[in-house]
Ligand binder design. Structure first.
Ligand SMILES: [Zn+2]
Length: 63
């Protein structure tokens, strides 16, 4: 240990690309499960129940 922090290297774009694609998808899923409350997922009973079960699974206050 030299006492100096290691210099940070730039992350090459090809290594970032999967995250740049995954993060918006994961945010959309998180929105649908946590905050949608049926506004979008009302489209079908299966989707609505799936989001509802996801809320209960994650312990989000629901009803
Ligand atoms: Zn519920």
């Amino acid at each position: 240990m030299s006492g100096h922090p290691a210099p940070s290297a730039a992350i090459p774009f090809p290594r970032l690309r999967p995250w740049l694609l995954a993060v918006p998808v994961l945010l959309l899923v998180a929105y649908l499960v946590l905050m949608d409350n049926g506004a979008v997922s009302q489209a079908g009973t299966f989707l609505h129940e799936l989001m509802h079960d996801g809320r209960h699974l994650l312990g989000v206050p629901c009803h």
